[in-house]
Design a protein around this ligand. Structure first.
Ligand SMILES: NC(=O)c1ccc[n+]([C@@H]2O[C@H](COP(=O)([O-])OP(=O)(O)OC[C@H]3O[C@@H](n4cnc5c(N)ncnc54)[C@H](OP(=O)(O)O)[C@@H]3O)[C@@H](O)[C@H]2O)c1
Length: 289
């Protein structure tokens, strides 16, 4: 059953916090939440993008939106973020910020792996810990965490990234059960290839990979918030995950590795001027980054 915008606001409002809101899926989640009338705390590193989005959404939807520029890889990121949220009644915490380091593990700079662990795993874990008490007190609201279809299987040539997404998926599923009887909804969103900035960064062609539009992923995800624990947008992504999980593990890993390798080999040299470490790549549709 679809809930109305009023019901949505009642349950997850008045304010949602969205990490990774400066681009891609996070930006589209923020837009879709504003359309439903929720106020926003927009979190990422690129301040100008966040401020521009906050301004545009406030004007268009008459909501309150604040931009909080913070690096989630910093050990003390909560010290900056929590004071910026003081006095706000946050009913939905969207842990979406993340990136992927691809390639062979032994060739990957260790500091990139550490940064990825911090942003993809440590930040959602600490955010859940920080906001759960207040959400439980309210007895309504929830968490949305962005994982990836790679979180369902080991992924050769993307082993570390896939492992971070398995962590997020496990975390989300665990708290889904832990908190559901206390009125909270938790959704683990596991997109496949999605047409965001990561394609340009890795020199990949989103059309060739039949990537989904981030606004479609965001809308579908919000529609599934109360139907956790898991949601994979896109029929072919769901089918891909299902097939891989049915196949003998060795065969599934071989298929996943071959496709990831092909996608990485087909990429042009990545574009420079990337504020984050090497970002997520997209193997052929359904095989996600
Ligand atoms: N695109 C795909 O095919 C795909 C598939 C499956 C899962 N995902 C997941 O979807 C989520 C969103 O990715 P996207 O595809 O929308 O890519 P994107 O456009 O690159 O968005 C990533 C977001 O994360 C933020 N971010 C990265 N590092 C950060 C840091 N250290 N501190 C704070 N914010 C940081 C970025 O903002 P700043 O650069 O401004 O900090 C940006 O807003 C990620 O978790 C990704 O793993 C993507």
């Amino acid at each position: 059953m679809t809930i109305t915008s009023d019901e949505f606001r009642q349950r997850y409002g008045p304010t949602a916090l969205v990490t990774g809101a400066s681009s891609g899926i996070g930006e589209q989640l923020a837009r879709a939440l504003a359309e439903r009338g929720l106020g926003l705390v927009l979190v990422a590193r690129r301040r100008e993008l966040l401020e521009g989005l906050a301004e545009a959404l406030s004007q268009r939807y008459g909501i309150e939106a604040v931009a909080v520029a913070v690096d989630l890889a910093r050990p003390d990121f909560l010290d900056e973020l929590l004071p910026a949220c003081a006095g706000m009644d946050i009913g939905l915490v969207v842990s979406n910020a993340g990136f992927g380091v691809k390639g062979r593990l032994h060739e990957t700079p260790p500091e990139q792996l550490e940064g990825m662990l911090d942003v993809n795993c440590r930040a959602p874990l600490l955010l859940a810990r920080a906001f759960a008490p207040r959400l439980l007190e309210r007895g309504r609201g929830g968490f949305l965490v962005t994982a990836s279809i790679e979180g369902y299987l080991g992924f050769p040539h993307s082993a570390a990234y896939a492992a971070t997404k398995a962590f997020v998926r496990s975390l989300g599923e665990g708290i889904w059960q832990e908190y559901r009887e206390q009125g909270l909804d938790v959704l683990v969103l596991s997109p496949g290839a999605t047409d965001t900035e990561v394609f340009a960064r890795l020199g990949m062609d989103p059309k060739a990979l039949r990537a989904m539009a981030p606004e479609v992923v965001a809308r579908q995800a919000l529609g599934q918030l109360g139907r956790g624990p898991d949601f994979i947008p896109g029929f072919s992504n769901r089918l891909f995950v299902r097939v891989l999980r049915i196949l003998p593990r060795r065969l599934a890993l071989r298929i996943a590795g071959t496709n990831m390798r092909k996608a990485l080999d087909a990429a042009r040299p990545p574009e420079p001027a990337d504020p984050a470490p090497a970002q997520e790549s997209q193997p052929p549709r359904g095989e996600e980054p």
